[in-house]
Write a protein that binds this ligand. Structure first.
Ligand code: 5AD
Ligand code: SF4
Length: 458
């Protein structure tokens, strides 16, 4: 992963500070958290893209000054046609948040002194509301309507993008600032692309999205035109002739609704594999990460998915050494891994990203502690991955053949659980689903013997 550095000094920031030394200090902090997002101080409100009034509530007169300042900003905005964002921070905001919004609708956001770490998130949301995006060095995704409606398939498996962007604002993550708001493609477009891929011999489609299970694309007019969930979309795509396998990635626990879980059990094409990142097993850290669920809520989702599809293979992402993570918190992550038992997982040392709230948090964990935790976690995950692969030895599994293997006369393919499989067989089987009896397993792949090529329903 590259370390994203936001473009510097692309937007003007004007903070007017009222009251005590505390507010002076807070204004400095606000400048700091906004700098990585490209905000640099300017001398006048006229030159600003963002004006923050950092207010004082100590006397009524101070409050009235804020309203009079807002009145002036309103006139200035009207006269110049400026698109500036106006934020009210500090103690008046804390005390009279709703009243301010009611009395002065031009205020875009109100935040109390406890919420400054959320300022980048709030600014990002407010910028999106006026169709703006924060400038960063990240490549922005092409808009969906710029995507070609037909594309050439490259083999029997294909990705199909259904959603982009993220509104979750996990405190460690830059995606909501860089990739923008969550957006879903209309179902018709997705179905057209899936049909086209199927006609070219694609048997397995992986639905892609930053937050794929937050999908809410508009359904076809004949189906009522309402928004559909990912579960509804999967069931619909399963009806397309030739589409034998459906996957989706990456999901968020908060969007794992019961219908999607049920689809794992009642729709034959839904593959028994779920990448559902949890990041940490400690409730304290999950809260600081703004994940919006507890470790036990995650365990309950896993229980329900396993009930619907007992052989499902589970995958996750983990971050070790998030600010404030204690030995006890890390042990809670290890315990969650033991409880869930993963088929595969990706783990990372926490790395501060400029402009994200976690980068400003206290309690950064020393590098050597992060290293030791990552090693311990990865050792456990490797053991689980190897054990999962070995559990398939002796079973006959359906393998979608994706091409020639590394050795002469070998073919390779993919199991329903995302394992790479090698076996002796002709490359002409590519695109077919064949039965392979597994007789060997390593951490990264399975090997086996071809039993028979099955008919593929077309
Ligand atoms: N530090 C470490 N890991 C991160 N990820 C995202 N942001 C950070 C960060 N600042 C990881 C998360 C996510 C995956 C794609 O990358 O685990 O799920
Ligand atoms: Fe969104 Fe995932 Fe980043 Fe959280 S980690 S903000 S869910 S992209």
């Amino acid at each position: 992963m590259n370390t994203p550095e936001a473009k510097q000094n692309t937007k003007g920031l004007f903070i007017k500070t009222y009251g005590c030394q505390m507010n002076v200090y807070d204004s400095e902090r606000m400048r700091d958290v906004l700098r990585p997002l490209g905000y640099a101080p300017v001398d006048t409100p006229e030159a600003a893209d963002l004006v923050v009034l950092n207010t004082c509530h100590i006397r009524e007169k101070a409050t009235e000054k804020v309203y009079s300042e807002l009145g002036q900003l309103k006139r200035m905005k009207q006269n110049t046609g400026s698109n500036m964002t106006i934020a009210v921070a500090g103690c008046v905001a804390q005390a009279e948040g709703e009243e301010i919004m009611r009395r002065q609708p031009l205020v875009d956001l109100v935040l109390g002194p406890q919420a400054y770490h959320k300022l980048p998130e709030m600014i990002a949301r407010a910028s999106r509301a006026v169709g703006d995006r924060l400038e960063t060095d990240f490549e922005t995704l092409e808009k969906f309507d710029a995507l070609p409606k037909t594309r050439e398939a490259d083999g029997p498996t294909a990705f199909l993008s259904v959603q982009e962007g993220c509104d979750k604002f996990c405190t460690f993550c830059v995606v909501p600032y860089t990739r923008g708001a969550e957006l879903s493609r209309p179902v018709d477009d997705i179905v057209m692309e899936a049909r086209n891929l199927a006609a070219q011999g694609v048997r397995e489609i992986s639905l892609l999205g930053q937050n794929v299970n937050a999908f809410h694309g508009a359904a076809p007019q004949v189906e009522g035109g309402e928004d559909w969930t990912l579960g509804q979309l999967c069931r619909h795509l399963a009806k397309i002739g030739g589409i034998e396998r459906i996957r989706y990635t990456t999901s968020h626990p908060r969007d794992m609704d019961d219908d999607l879980i049920a689809a794992h059990g009642d729709t034959a094409q839904m593959q028994p594999f779920l990448h559902l990142p949890v990041q940490s097993g400690s409730d304290r850290i999950l809260k600081a990460m703004n994940r919006g669920h507890t470790a036990d809520e995650y365990r309950e989702i896993i229980r329900k998915v396993r009930e619907a599809q007992p052989d499902v293979a589970l995958a996750s992402d983990f971050i070790v050494g998030f600010p404030g993570e204690s030995d006890e918190d890390f042990e809670a992550t290890m315990q969650l891994v033991r409880d869930v038992n993963y088929a595969i997982a990706y783990s990372f040392k926490y790395s501060p990203r400029p402009g994200t709230p976690a980068a400003e948090m206290f309690g950064h964990v020393p590098e050597d502690v992060k290293d030791a935790r990552l090693q311990a976690l990865q050792k456990l995950l490797r053991e689980q991955q190897t054990a999962f692969n070995k559990s398939k030895i002796g079973q006959t599994v359906p393998v979608l053949v994706t091409g020639r293997g590394r050795l002469e006369g070998q073919a390779h393919g993919r199991s329903p659980w995302m394992q790479a499989v090698h076996f002796d067989g002709p490359a002409e089987l590519t695109g077919k689903i064949v039965d392979v009896k597994v007789n060997g397993a390593t951490m990264s792949s399975l090997s086996g013997e071809l039993i028979r090529a099955r008919e593929v329903a077309l």
